[in-house]
Every structure is written in structure tokens, then in C-alpha cells.
Ligand binder design. Structure first.
Ligand SMILES: Cc1cc2nc3c(=O)[nH]c(=O)nc-3n(C[C@H](O)[C@H](O)[C@H](O)COP(=O)(O)OP(=O)(O)OC[C@H]3O[C@@H](n4cnc5c(N)ncnc54)[C@H](O)[C@@H]3O)c2cc1C
Length: 382
């Protein structure tokens, strides 16, 4: 009997929802992925299509235009795209942005932005990182100065996911440079027709080729004071920190689903491919490697499922979520590397999913807080 990688948090309704997600991914995402990888972005149409089908903002309440589900619905989308090596649409960053609105926005801000995000009309991005400030976000230099009823933003951001397609960007700024964390705020910037806002290059990455990662420039960008997320200055750091378990669980979920996808593809390949007169699946090394990988996945499933359940129950702590990100991304790197080895030279060819998964896996240890920062966070809870 094949190994059962059943999810403890799933149920019949979620599996029906999964069927819809799979249909969308296989008919709308997969056939256009090669083109998206060439362009460096997926374009706007697919976002709107996903919105029409109710597949984005799945865990945002219906009163704000969302699907009214919970994190498990989001997880289904991350899993089914990750297991197919698809990451052009960062529905995860989109969801993270939606959650900033949901958890910290004023009611007017929620009503203004969430329904448009759920329809896929506005793609969301969060701009924290700057050329001089990544892990150490207290070093952010983008400045927002109050001028009458407006804020005027000057500065630049880099490595921003969804940056090229974004219709709404949450920009981490200094409202009071004399203070560290307490001088940090988040401003809402709508990009269309925004004077002084410019998207730089779609950055040339070693992986995640279909995902638009961009530089953003703010040169005297003027936004109304009402665009301060949560309407109170100096809350930016607190807002960023409080949503970390959500963001880090997403990375753990997608890491594990990538491992499952790589494992299944490898199993199929080694059964077909022959060397020395027999399928390479018959060599003891192949069997042992796959046995080790299946064990990692099965053990990981127990931990990641627990994180998903705790997140849905509102009791996942930051240290455990950081473990999901740390363990998930490190294991993903090793597992995908070992799968690639079993493909021989074909594993190094970009047309093979396992090759793309190998390149895509690397950044999982870097973004969402580097794995060194994860260890810092975990060690604080020892
Ligand atoms: C594809 C991609 C997408 C991204 N998407 C976004 C996005 O949407 N929005 C956004 O704001 N940012 C985004 N980022 C940026 C990402 O979050 C940062 O790259 C990351 O936080 C690290 O910051 P840095 O690159 O400045 O590296 P640095 O902070 O300069 O770190 C360099 C090295 O030093 C180590 N280091 C730093 N501090 C410590 C410490 N205290 N102890 C031990 N080691 C330490 C780091 O772990 C790392 O190994 C993205 C990055 C990439 C590559």
C-alpha cells in the first residue's frame, strides 16, 4: 500500500475546495507558466480570474468580500501550486497584505481595499526591505513626513514580491527617525496614477522566475493621512511582528508540499528510467534515498499539520512558527537536491520541474526572515 500523506486538518469540504483549486491551477496557471517565467511576471488577468473564482483572500471574512474560510483554505492553494513547482502568483504575499488590513486596518480601510483584493483587481505587496536594511528593519530609511493632511514619502525599497503587478503596496516608513521601532509606521500606497511612484526593474533571480520581484521608488509620493494603516503613528513594528506566525507557517506549508511534489515526480521518473538493464528504482541507493525522503515528509506532515491547526485555533506562537519556516525550508533544500540527483543530467535541465524546484527552494531560507533570524527568534524562547 502506498504511503499515506493525509493531512490531519482536511475534511470533505476542503477536499472539494481542493478540486476547484487544482482545476484552476492546471487549466490557468500550468499552461502559462513557461511564458510567465520568460516575462518575469504572470500578468493581471490570472489574478482577476482567481478572484472571480473565489480562490484568493479565501480566509478573509465574507463581509469584506473574502471567501469566509480559514487558513486551511489558503493552505490548499499554497500546497497545490507548490507541489507543481508553480510560484508566479504570490497569493501568499497577497494574503499577508490582506491580513495586515484585516488585523490592523480601520474599518474604512478594510472596506476600501479588501473587496478589491479579493476580486483580484488590486494585487497586494508589502515593502519592508531596502538596499540598506533587510534583517534589521529598524534601519529602514524611507521617510514619511506629515504635510497638512498628507504624508510625503521619500525612499526606495528592493526585493518586493508582486512589486511589478501591485495595485496596493503597504510601505514600511519612518514617521519619526529619532525613534527606532516606535518611529516606524505602515502607509498604504495605491500605485495606479500615483505621482512620484516608480517600479524599477523586475529583478533577475536564480529561481522563482515567474514571480515579479521588483525595486520600488518613492519620490515625493503624497498620500492622505487616512492611509496610515490603523490610523495611529508608530505602530508599524508592532503590526509587522504580530503577523509573523501567519507568514512563517505559509513557508512551512509550501516547503512540505514542494517536497511531496518532488518526491512523486522522482518516484515516477526512477520507475521509468533504466540503467544497467533495470529501472533505477531497483537500485538499493535509490530505494534508500526515497525511503529517507518519504520519512522526512511523513514526519514533517505531523509537525506542519499541527502548526496549521494551531494557527487556525489562534494559538500558534512565533517560536513554533519560526521552527516551521526553519525546518521546512532547510529540509526542502535537502530533499529537492536529493530528488534532483536521481534524475541525473535531466535534473539539471530547466524544463524539468525538479530543476526549477531546486533553484526556487534556495530563497525559502532567505525571505520571510532569514533562517539565522529564525534561530535567533527560537533561541529567545528557550
Ligand atoms: C525573492 C525574494 C522576495 C522577497 N520578497 C520581499 C517582500 O515581498 N517584501 C520585503 O520587504 N522583502 C522581501 N524580500 C527581502 C528579504 O526579506 C530579505 O532579503 C531578508 O530579510 C534578508 O535581508 P537582506 O537581504 O538585507 O540580508 P541581510 O540582513 O544583510 O543579511 C545578510 C546575512 O547576514 C545574516 N544576518 C543578519 N542579521 C543577523 C543576526 N542578527 N544574526 C546572525 N546572522 C544575521 C543573515 O541571516 C544573512 O545570512 C525578498 C527577498 C527575496 C530574495
Amino acid at each position: 500500500m502506498p504511503i499515506d500523506f493525509h493531512r490531519s486538518w482536511s475534511d470533505e469540504d476542503l477536499e472539494l475546495y481542493r478540486d476547484n483549486v487544482v482545476r484552476f491551477i492546471e487549466t490557468e496557471m500550468l499552461p502559462h507558466d513557461e511564458e510567465a517565467r520568460k516575462n518575469g511576471h504572470v500578468g493581471h488577468a490570472i489574478w482577476r480570474k482567481a478572484g472571480e473564482l473565489g480562490l484568493i483572500c479565501a480566509d478573509i471574512p465574507e463581509e469584506y468580500g473574502g471567501g469566509g474560510g480559514d487558513f486551511r483554505h489558503e493552505a490548499v492553494f499554497y500546497e497545490e501550486s507548490a507541489r507543481r513547482g508553480l510560484n508566479g502568483m504570490s497569493t501568499s504575499v497577497h494574503a499577508i497584505v490582506a491580513h495586515y488590513f484585516l488585523n490592523h486596518g480601520t474599518d474604512a480601510q478594510k472596506r476600501e481595499y479588501l473587496p478589491r483584493m479579493a476580486r483580484g483587481e488590486l494585487v497586494g505587496a508589502i515593502a519592508m526591505t531596502e538596499p540598506g536594511a533587510g534583517s534589521d528593519l529598524q534601519g529602514v530609511r524611507t521617510r514619511a513626513e506629515r504635510d497638512g493632511d498628507d504624508y510625503v514619502i521619500n525612499g526606495s525599497k528592493t526585493f518586493i514580491t508582486n512589486g511589478f503587478l501591485a495595485g496596493v503596496v503597504l510601505v514600511v516608513v519612518k514617521t519619526d527617525p529619532k525613534q527606532g521601532a516606535k518611529g516606524t509606521s505602515i502607509l498604504i500606497v495605491e500605485t495606479e496614477g500615483c505621482k512620484g511612484f516608480r517600479v524599477g526593474r523586475v529583478l533577475d533571480k536564480i529561481g522563482m522566475k515567474a514571480q515579479d520581484t521588483s525595486e520600488l521608488f518613492f519620490d515625493g509620493v503624497r498620500v492622505p493621512a487616512a492611509n496610515l494603516l490603523g490610523a495611529q503613528e508608530g505602530q508599524g513594528f508592532f503590526q509587522l511582528m504580530s503577523d509573523l506566525p501567519y507568514e512563517r507557517t505559509i513557508i512551512g506549508v509550501s516547503a512540505l508540499a514542494t517536497m511531496e511534489g518532488a518526491y512523486e515526480a522522482t518516484l515516477g521518473y526512477v520507475r521509468d528510467r533504466k540503467a544497467f538493464g533495470k529501472p533505477i528504482a531497483d537500485f538499493q541507493n535509490t530505494k534508500f534515498k526515497l525511503a529517507e525522503i518519504a520519512t522526512q515528509i511523513k514526519v514533517g506532515r505531523a509537525f506542519i499539520d499541527r502548526c496549521v491547526e494551531d494557527l487556525v485555533a489562534g494559538k500558534l506562537d512565533t517560536a513554533t512558527a519560526s521552527m516551521a519556516k526553519l525546518w521546512g525550508s532547510e529540509t526542502q533544500g535537502r530533499v529537492v537536491d536529493e530528488c534532483l540527483q536521481l534524475f541525473g543530467g535531466y535534473g539539471f535541465m530547466s524544463e524539468y520541474m525538479v530543476a526549477r524546484m531546486y533553484a526556487d527552494a534556495r530563497v525559502q531560507r532567505i525571505y520571510g526572515g532569514t533562517n539565522e533570524i529564525m534561530k535567533e527568534v527560537i533561541s529567545r524562547a528557550l
